[in-house]
Write a protein of this length. Structure first.
Length: 323
């Protein structure tokens, strides 16, 4: 018996939802359209986002804009050296009235989490996010508690040259699907930011999609067509990162999955229901730059992770004729 084929996706309707999110955010967070697009890639595909930048460039504002635009329950966790894992995931406490231990949920029990200055906390506390980001749950005293659905994390980190920061371990970096740097605004956008001084435009920001529609968007992203040649292209890129003398640590299998998911999201943001090699090329730097580790030779040549990734993309033959 033939397997029934799914109905053709209404790509235009889902594309318009993403455009509405982008436009809504742009009314408050001024400029930086490319960075906003990259964060939306992570959001609609369910890939958590890491933002590394100096203080004061609007990272928190951008996160709050996205959460409000999607109508999601927002929670902010300020990471500090004295923050404990139990503060994040929760803990069991003794209830004197019932004479029983009961679970007290931690600050992670929200649909949208801003993990602010994540690298100011110790690696022990940072690791409390690992299960949450990978499996959508937390385990306390042997009992697993599901997190809200949809669930999304934007984490910010200070540059490693700043005082009082810890390096994020490779295992945690690999859980982040997308990394971006916002950077300073240009003169025109900074002037518009100064015009907003004195009032909070977020107070009047409406939601343009619902959490249920976010869940639907994520299902749609995963259903977009990825031809076998495109999958092979991603695998070839992954293998090249693992054998390159310029990298001490290449792409993990999870990283390859993240590249494909981000490419599917890129296709939807472009109004298509299929992935092209150009989608992979567009998303590979923001998916890989934070998770590959440069070799000593690459560092001695003053190469950046982006330099290496761009070079590897040029070295992999691009499949042609895909539609």
């Amino acid at each position: 018996m033939a397997t029934p084929q799914p109905a053709r996706l209404d790509v235009a309707a889902h594309h318009e939802r993403i455009r509405a999110l982008e436009s809504n955010i742009g009314g408050v967070f001024l400029g930086k359209q490319r960075q906003v697009r990259h964060i939306l890639l992570g959001f609609v595909s369910g890939l958590h986002v890491l933002i590394e930048d100096v203080p004061g460039v609007g990272k928190t504002t951008l996160a709050r804009c996205l959460a409000a635009s999607a109508g999601m329950d927002f929670g902010r966790i300020q990471f500090t050296p004295d923050l404990l894992p139990g503060d994040i995931v929760g803990m069991t406490v003794w209830n004197a009235e019932t004479r029983e231990f009961e679970f007290k949920s931690g600050s992670i029990m929200h649909q949208f989490i801003l993990a602010d200055e994540i690298n100011r906390a110790s690696p022990r506390t940072q690791s409390s996010l690992l299960e949450a980001m990978q499996e959508g749950s937390v385990t306390v005293e042997g009992v697993t508690h599901r997190l809200p659905d949809p669930f999304f994390v934007i984490a910010t980190q200070n540059p490693v040259s700043f005082i009082g920061v810890f390096h994020l371990p490779e295992g945690e970096l690999d859980r982040f699907g997308v990394s971006v740097s916002i950077g300073y605004p240009d003169a025109a956008d900074e002037g518009r930011v100064l015009d907003q001084h004195g009032y909070d435009p977020l107070k009047e920001l409406p939601s343009v999609v619902t959490p249920e529609e976010v869940r639907e968007l994520r299902l749609v992203v995963r259903s977009l067509t990825v031809a076998e040649d495109v999958r092979d292209y991603i695998v070839a890129l992954a293998n090249l990162t693992r054998s390159s003398p310029l990298l001490r640590l290449g792409m993990s299998p999870r990283g390859a999955q993240h590249v494909m998911l981000a490419a599917q999201a890129e296709a939807l943001l472009s109004g298509r229901d299929f992935v092209m090699p150009e989608d992979v090329i567009a998303v590979a730097p923001v998916v890989l730059n934070h998770r590959v580790v440069l070799s000593a030779d690459a560092r001695m040549d003053n190469m950046s992770a982006d330099d290496v990734v761009q070079g590897l993309l040029k070295a992999v033959p691009i499949p042609a004729g895909l539609r």
